[in-house]
Design a protein around this ligand. Sequence first.
Ligand SMILES: N[C@@H](CCC(=O)N[C@@H](CS)C(=O)NCC(=O)O)C(=O)O
Length: 204
Amino acid sequence: MELVYFPSRCRGDLPRALLFEAGLQFKETRIPRDPSWPARKSEFVFGQLPVMRLDGGRRELAHSHAIARYLAKLTNPSLLGDTIDEAANVDMWYYQTDDVFMFVIIPFYETSASVEQLFNDKWTSWMAPFEKALSCSEYLANGKLSLADYHLFDIAEVMLHFKPQLLEQTPRVRAHRDRMAARPGVAKLLEYVKGLPFTNSGNF
Ligand SMILES: N[C@@H](CCC(=O)N[C@@H](CS)C(=O)NCC(=O)O)C(=O)O
């Protein structure tokens, strides 16, 4: 398996985490995010990354969530829920994490006082449903580990680096991040991405 992404964390970490958690061997190709990138976009089905190359490059799977779901099905299908109802609950939490992730990555593209203000104003309300869910379970959905937990971890990681003081205001999300970070595969991920920026825009 070959994961193709930029030399950054952002949407690369979810597939990376699942690969490490499953102990799968993979190759990672990092495409420089520099003036040569626009000419390379057409190499990829949607002109964006991450992409996973399968079957020695004969198949290409784009979209971090399609890749994540594929890896979950392949290595630990329970991450997607064990019944239809569980799966619906996992999807619900997973899609919510992605809605919030889209906000949380705004500073990758913009730096302004208004972004800081947005985070100060909104972080606790974005996190409120997660804090509530984590008050009765260690996990977001069905009382067990799911894909949604990995994507909440991605959100918390961004905040830990961007505005750690805000993460401290949501102690259950903070504790959930620490529990996830202690998982052997996630610990390997953190070692693997050490020093990688979250983005290549230069913002952070
Ligand atoms: N929904 C897609 C979003 C992919 C995406 O936005 N990729 C960004 C990097 S995180 C990208 O390729 N940007 C370069 C470009 O659009 O030219 C996913 O989850 O994979």
